[in-house]
Design a protein around this ligand. Structure first.
Ligand SMILES: [Zn+2]
Length: 265
């Protein structure tokens, strides 16, 4: 069985330079590819280096709403430079009205500027959205989108909006965090995702699985628990169990979807 991680942050500082061991563990459990999402200009070179050294890594470059304040004046030119240099995707970008004290002003402009670049180049784009689903749908309806589609990572939006997003080309990515008992609403929503639009992710080092499902425990330098990207097979197994299907059949579906939306030229 081959596994595909639609969204993680392997470049994250919390992994403290342990990327080679993490990747070795991922390959050992059958992870074929992972989309490693940059979140700010300062981590794009790290993502690029990881991709150059490891075929498993599909690089993605974007400015995440949490880090917009750190942008340089040349950030968009810089983004295009990275996209020109290496076959890649755009992300993580998005809208966030959930994070306390994070200004919303300016988020839409930054999101749309990056969405436009993804649409012009027909690159897949990974979208973060927290408490802004109505506005996200409106913006996607009114603006150019990549013809190949786009990914709503850790989709936690309303079930009722799934068909409208799907019509625009959305893929819906399921994180291991939704395997927690209390995340039943989010899990249930995935029963309504079209079969050809389902993806699976770890979002490592974030979005830890329930303790009993963790395959690869990992702690950061300060002892804080981190999500190891090699926990991906447990996310597949947990979702397959929830759907009442075999992990093998789920994995085949997700493989086709991943290849379709992330295919690099
Ligand atoms: Zn992320």
């Amino acid at each position: 069985m081959k596994f595909y991680d639609a969204h993680n942050h392997l470049q994250d500082d919390r992994f403290a330079g342990g990327q080679s061991e993490l990747l070795a563990a991922c390959e050992k459990v059958g992870i074929a590819r992972m989309v490693v999402n940059g979140t700010r200009e300062s981590d794009w070179p790290v993502v690029r280096a990881l991709a150059r050294e490891n075929k498993i890594v599909l690089p993605s470059f974007g400015c995440h709403p949490w880090y917009l304040a750190k942008r340089t004046p040349d950030w968009l030119k810089n983004l295009e430079k990275f996209l020109d240099e290496i076959p890649s995707a755009v992300g993580e970008i998005g809208l966030d009205r959930w994070k306390p004290d994070l200004p919303y002003a300016g988020q839409e402009d930054a999101f749309l500027a990056q969405l436009r670049i993804a649409a012009e180049r027909n690159l897949s784009v990974s979208i973060h959205c927290l408490q802004a689903w109505g506005r996200m749908l409106e913006l996607l309806q009114k603006n150019l989108r990549p013809a190949r589609g786009f990914v709503l990572h850790s989709f936690g939006g309303p079930v009722a909006m799934i068909p409208a997003f799907a019509q625009l080309g959305a893929y819906f990515s399921f994180p291991g965090y939704f395997l927690h008992e209390r995340k039943l609403r989010q899990r249930e929503a995935f029963r309504h995702v079209p079969a050809d639009r389902l993806l699976i992710e770890t979002d490592a080092p974030d979005q830890l699985l329930p303790t009993e499902k963790i395959l690869q425990p990992l702690a950061g330098a300060g002892g804080q628990p981190l999500n190891h990207p090699a926990n991906l097979p447990a996310v597949y197994a947990g979702l397959a169990e929830f759907f009442g299907e075999k992990t093998e059949s789920l994995a085949l579906r997700v493989e086709e979807n991943f290849q379709r939306v992330f295919k690099l030229h």
